[in-house]
Design a binder for this molecule. Sequence first.
Ligand code: PMP
Length: 356
Amino acid sequence: MLGHSHPILREAASQALQEGMVFGASTPWELEFAEAICDAYPSIQQVRLVNSGAEAVASALRVARGATRRARILKFEGCYHGHVECLDAVGLEAEANGGALALGASPGSAGETLVADFNSLESVEKLLRQHFREVAAVIVEPIPGSMGVVRPATGFLTGLRELCDEHGSLLIFDEVLSGSRVARGGAQQLFQVRPDLTCLGKALAGGMPIGAYGGQSRWMSQLAPVGKVYQAGTFCGNPVTVRCAIANLKLLSEPDGYLPLASQTEWLTQALKPLDPHLQCVAYPGMFSLYFAPREISSHLDLEAVDLARFATLYHHLLKRGIYLPPSCLDAAGISLVHTRSDLESFVEAVREGLS
Ligand code: PMP
């Protein structure tokens, strides 16, 4: 969110380096940071720090299974949650690798995973009924970023909330990508839906390796030493990371901190849209995807219509001009607070040139 080496983050890291790089114990900084997270995300009463998004997801699943004493997890095709055994074993990448099971993944853990279609409450309801009271959690990227950026249809996220309540399953928002990016309180702030557990990472620490998961105390208190669900790690809450993360959130929490990002993103979308009738630019503040298709994607079921070859040509054209988009149009691209309007104008100009 602050670019690749913001002076505020360099300062925070160097102070931390002078005071100690690792203690294998909690520090007061960890507490200050936890309070900043709870302040930004009203659904989070307690939070645990880990080292990556995948770790946050794996730990949240463990809390959900421990709290409900159920084994199954329901996920959505096309949503990415890191290389978590039971979630990575199905899905697009797995299919591309020749089967429903990612090579090396345990067949047992894959067997516990149910896969629904994003934006289809019917597909979720059907699975929850078929596996009545077996599903510990429904995990979703509220704004998916790995099948292009996809808009959740009106009522989809609130519908998930209601279905989870009805079936006694926890609702987990994987906001590793959208958290602290699309808004200070992530996608749950934009859509006003409260998950039971939230996974965070990436933008939270301004470039340092981090993951975090949290939610209501009734779920988080399942964790040892209060409860019986075990999770720990040597580098969790590492002081260098945490000092940067505090500085990062402080800067992002300034009044109107996100407004420039929203207006830059809006400007970019409006500038790109007229360039080609098949060019789709789907964006939320700070994240967008650019792909060629007759219409916007609403789930993995629409992916066949995406012209990957045409994007590849544009991608290489942009790369030659020093613009580095994600190499797949199905991955989200980012705009940060240090991108200027003139950066975005050069980007649009380069896209225009590439298209012609
Ligand atoms: N969840 C989502 C939504 C992600 O986008 C990612 C990373 N792309 C992850 C989880 C995994 O995070 P990490 O790479 O930090 O393990």
